[in-house]
Design a protein around this ligand. Structure first.
Ligand code: SF4
Length: 320
């Protein structure tokens, strides 16, 4: 009519997500905190992959970094201390169609959450685990965490932490079914982006330890690393994390490392403790390890009638 061509179709138009679609509440982390960099990078990765916000879930425990679900406009679950991983495994096992991310910290994951950490790595469910490691308990105001360096004065050890730090990468690599282990620093945006992107693309549990700035309580730790980048060892390989042209110049020290080589990965990870050389890049990847969410999702479509019949059959076992 009148030459106007109207589209009366009821088809849902294809959506294009912008960064706004992923941004939740305004982040309340301290100014200069490395968590801001990880959050911004994650928003971009979701946007680039065009992941529907309603199909993405961010699960966390307790700590500064565990506020991340509040800053995502996706589904989210801010859980209990040390319990981010079992909650995420629960979500994934019942809803394997969802894209599951975990935000946890060094205290949350490596201390009170150490048991769940081991089992989550073994389950190898398809999820991306971001460990924000600032080497201190920040939310509760500067207590020694498992990764605090020895001799670091803290509010629980005013004379200095008395034990050598736990090495999260050697532990993770030592767990049965570890399938993706990477390490990165929060202050190199291109490398952070490529690392999280590769972690998200991996099928299985991708464990990424992010060495994170906490300028309020342990400014010296990461400042020393930024000022002396020769302590960082960039891992390069065609199957590793892609390094954009020019980024490699920021790392005076680098070595070729095949991420399928577990023995070499362990040796490199161990050097962080024994030689104070901090690897950045992909330590290990094996995409052939079974994912427990796929195994445990068998029977998801069982009807109510079948479930009731199975319950009766089980109870009949005890009939006298
Ligand atoms: Fe970040 Fe440290 Fe502030 Fe926590 S206390 S928000 S880790 S800078």
């Amino acid at each position: 009519m009148f030459g106007i061509k109207a589209d009366w179709s009821l088809d849902i138009q294809e959506r294009y997500f912008t960064l706004d679609d992923y941004e939740g509440n305004e982040a309340r982390w301290c100014s200069g905190c490395g968590d801001h960099a990880v959050l911004a990078t994650t928003h971009r990765i979701l946007r680039d992959a065009q992941l529907p916000p309603e199909k993405s879930v961010f699960v966390s425990g307790i700590g500064c970094s565990s506020r991340m679900p509040h800053y995502m406009a996706t589904y989210g679950l801010h859980g209990l201390h040390g319990r981010a991983l079992p909650l995420a495994c629960g979500v994934k096992s019942r809803r394997p169609d969802l894209d599951v991310w975990v935000a946890t910290g060094d205290g949350d994951c490596f201390s009170i959450g150490a048991g769940p950490w081991v089992h989550a790595i073994r389950y190898n469910m398809n999820m991306t685990v971001l460990v924000f490691d600032n080497q201190i308990y920040g939310l509760t105001k500067k207590q020694t965490s498992p990764t605090s360096p020895i001799n670091l004065p803290t509010n629980t050890h005013p004379e200095g932490a008395s034990l050598d730090m736990l090495n999260p990468n050697t532990v993770t690599l030592g767990i049965t079914n570890a399938s993706f282990v990477a390490q990165v620093v929060d202050w190199n945006p291109p490398l952070l982006h490529e690392t999280l992107k590769a972690a998200h693309a991996h099928k299985g549990t991708s464990f990424v330890r992010i060495i994170q700035r906490c300028p309020v309580f342990v400014d010296g730790i990461t400042k020393a690393l930024q000022e002396d980048s020769s302590r960082l060892l960039l891992l390069t390989h065609e199957n590793g994390i892609p390094v954009a042209p020019g980024v490699d110049r920021l790392f005076p020290e680098s070595r070729e490392h095949d991420p399928s080589n577990m023995a070499e990965a362990l040796e490199i990870a161990r050097d962080e403790t024994t030689k104070d050389i901090i690897p950045v890049g992909l330590l290990y990847q094996n995409s052939d390890i079974p994912c427990y969410d796929e195994l445990s999702s068998q029977g998801h479509n069982t009807t109510d009638a079948k479930k009731i019949a199975a319950t009766h059959a089980a109870l009949d076992t005890f009939a006298i």
